[in-house]
Design a protein around this ligand. Structure first.
Ligand SMILES: Nc1nc2c(ncn2[C@@H]2O[C@H](COP(=O)(O)OP(=O)(O)OP(=O)(O)O)[C@@H](O)[C@H]2O)c(=O)[nH]1
Length: 197
């Protein structure tokens, strides 16, 4: 059975959130990163945080903070590549990525992982793809680096290039993959927490 290293994608510009560091935004008295780590920790043997900038802001979490491998090219792929390099160094075979702005993601996500995966598998719930959630074999690190060097930026595009597929989950209500991009999304998430604490 695959025992992936968990990787929280926590970089980005937060442009739709007025430039806020989304990982540290408060939701129900805890940060988004607290929520996501609490969901992920029971599902994987180890976790790292993927983000550029000063790692000291995440010091209290006591986890490795990985700068993007390609900081000059924004987007999750540079973070995923950093996660693959880190996982390789720790002896893990795969990385399971989750997005810090998606605090209600399934608490049983890892239960849906296959017995083996030689190419990336991106999560899809029903008909909706969620490419920041995925299972990546560390063996694709050099091909991913090459794809980034060729200027590719979209997770789905690169996954397809690497022979990847989809990890299909059943759709659920309320949507576990509701993600927080704007102040209005954050208010909606607060209301959801109040309705189902
Ligand atoms: N490590 C890393 N993660 C990223 C980067 N860009 C986005 N992410 C993460 O990928 C997920 C989806 O990010 P988006 O909402 O598309 O982008 P964003 O930059 O956070 O927000 P916007 O600027 O409003 O688009 C979030 O979990 C982000 O933290 C990046 O350059 N590096």
């Amino acid at each position: 059975m695959i025992q992936p290293c968990g990787l929280v994608l926590a970089g980005g510009q937060g442009a739709r959130m007025d430039g806020a560091d989304k990982a540290l935004l408060p939701l129900g008295g805890r940060t988004l990163l607290d929520h996501v780590l609490a969901r992920l920790a029971p599902q994987v043997p180890a976790i790292a945080i993927s983000a550029n900038g000063d790692p000291a802001r995440f010091a209290r979490f006591g986890l490795p903070v990985l700068p993007d491998e390609t900081p000059d090219r924004p987007g999750p792929l540079g973070g995923i590549l950093a996660g693959l390099v880190h996982a390789q160094q720790t002896g893990a075979s795969h990385v399971l990525t989750v997005a810090v702005d998606t605090p209600f993601f399934p608490a049983d996500l890892a239960r849906h992982l296959p017995q083996r995966a030689d190419a990336p598998l991106l999560v899809q719930a029903g008909d909706d793809p969620h490419p920041t959630f995925g299972l990546w074999p560390v063996a694709v690190a050099s091909d991913l680096r090459a794809a980034l060097g060729d200027g590719l930026r979209r997770v789905r595009q690169v996954s397809a290039l690497l022979g990847g597929g989809m990890l299909i989950l059943p759709p659920a209500e309320p949507d576990p993959f509701f993600n927080i991009n704007t102040p209005a999304d954050l208010r909606q998430a607060e209301a959801r927490l109040v309705a189902c604490p």
